[in-house]
Design a protein around this ligand. Structure first.
Ligand code: FAD
Length: 417
């Protein structure tokens, strides 16, 4: 059999260091490296943190709710198999209450299986690293901060190049930025982002409790602050308190006993006596949506593309959906000898990712606005929304099935590129 003819793009890429250079070895960058390797592409990943920070990532208080589709992507990439069984907590039901907590919207009641699963972020990071290490072809450079990016403009065949802080320079047909919601590489590419600073912060801490949480997550939109209780294994829940930014320090400074007591009171003591376990962590809440996901020889993935408010638990799920689509698009381009960095190739990913993420990003921001506004009209409106949703079976069913489909990843699946 004669070898397939080399395209002009193939020829110009012979001097490249890899097919794809990825900036950032967070959970999105590592998952993408594994997916692109499996798609037959040569990948190098650059991470500013030292190797120790990746092999033994510190517990950071984030319990990541994963959808069915996200679990499927993790399974295919071999990440899921690296999670110890006791690190995965099933999310069986979710309930949303407002103000006094007298009304609750319920999700997942009567469902055959869990709505999703909760896994600590540091465990996901560890599993993603192991999945990359299972693929010796992927080159991971740690302690390697990317400080420069050069995207060729209007020069057909010219490669993109990255510069590292130590002066090294690398070239490839495609650079992907996975360097967090405040992505410096996105800025170097000249891509702006819509940012929404909610003026609020999340304080997270684990609590041990006497009563069984039964796998139920609670989201209590209280007046003054929001409290979520996320079910974990071992008689624990993660308490996620959202407060105005100027009150975060007060919540962080509480003694363990005072924190447990406040969480207990605010949750209506539904989990019995509480005990605070381990450190508390703090995250300012900023939503970010990139103005474009791609440019010639460049793409954004993970939080660098879409940084979600955590209330609807979609950030990493979206990262994984993006990984799946981008890998599929690049594999198809490579098989048909198209240039993997060409913007018309990358647009297929951009369009699909925007279709999945934009409605949820905007919807999440609208929910946050309605449920954290302390003015009387907003309080009345949200009480009405919950009451209507619970009492009007048709509307309730629509809302619930839309949210449940999001959790199961069904809506996202349906609109695959
Ligand atoms: C409180 C909280 C709760 C959350 N809950 C959920 C949830 O329930 N479900 C869900 O799906 N998502 C959730 N998320 C979101 C989720 O944590 C993020 O979407 C996910 O961690 C983002 O991964 P990433 O790889 O894109 O970015 P990051 O994890 O931020 O990784 C970026 C990496 O890039 C590296 N880097 C940065 N700049 C450079 C550079 N110049 N050179 C080299 N390396 C660089 C960084 O060191 C880092 O390792 C939550 C987030 C928070 C804060």
């Amino acid at each position: 059999m004669s070898p397939s003819p080399e395209s002009p793009a193939d020829r110009s890429h012979n001097c490249a260091d890899a097919d794809v250079l990825i900036v950032g070895a967070g959970p999105a960058g590592l998952a993408l490296a594994a997916a692109l390797h499996d798609a037959g592409l040569a990948v190098q990943v650059f991470e500013q943190q030292p190797l120790d920070a990746l092999t033994e990532p510190a517990e950071d208080g984030r319990e990541i709710a994963l959808t069915h589709r996200a679990r499927e992507v993790m399974r295919r990439l071999g990440l899921w198999q690296h999670l110890p069984a006791d690190a995965v907590a099933p999310l069986r039901q979710a309930r949303v209450t407002d103000g006094s907590g007298s009304q609750a919207l319920r999700f997942g009641e009567g469902a055959a299986g869990p709505l999703g699963w909760l896994v600590a972020n540091h465990r996901i990071r560890q599993a993603a690293l192991q999945a990359v290490r299972d693929r010796p072809g992927v080159q991971l450079h740690t302690g390697a901060r990317v400080s420069g990016l050069d995207l060729p403009a209007g020069q057909p065949g010219a490669l993109a190049s990255l510069t590292l802080a130590d002066g090294r320079r690398l070239q490839a047909p495609l650079v992907v930025a996975a360097d967090s919601r405040l992505s410096a590489t996105r800025r170097l590419a000249g891509i702006g982002a819509a940012m929404r600073d909610f003026g609020r912060s999340v304080v997270v801490g684990r609590v041990a409790h006497a009563a069984d949480h039964q796998g139920i997550a609670w989201e209590c939109f209280r007046y003054g602050n929001t409290l979520a209780l996320l079910p974990m294994n071992g008689g624990l829940s993660s308490a996620v308190v959202t407060v105005p930014g100027d009150r975060a320090a007060e919540w962080l400074a509480l003694s363990d006993a005072a924190f447990a007591e406040r969480v207990g009171v605010q949750s209506g003591d539904r989990l019995g006596a509480l005990r605070s376990v381990g450190p508390r962590h703090h995250y300012p809440l900023v939503g970010v949506y990139a103005q474009r996901f791609v440019a010639p020889r460049f793409a954004l993935i993970g939080d660098a593309a879409v940084g979600m408010h955590p209330v609807t638990a979609h950030g990493y799920n979206f990262g994984l959906y993006g990984v799946e689509v981008l890998a599929r698009v690049l594999q198809a381009a490579r098989r048909s000898h198209r240039d993997i960095g060409a913007v018309d190739v990358l647009q297929d990913y951009a369009r699909a990712h925007r279709r999945i993420t934009l409605p949820v990003y905007l919807g999440t921001n609208a929910i946050v606005t309605l449920f954290t506004d302390e003015h009387r009209p907003a309080k009345l409106a949200r009480r009405a929304v919950l009451a209507l949703a619970e009492r009007a079976p048709g509307l309730s069913g629509l809302i619930k099935s839309a949210i449940t489909r999001q959790l199961m990843g069904a809506a996202a699946q349906a609109s695959k590129a």
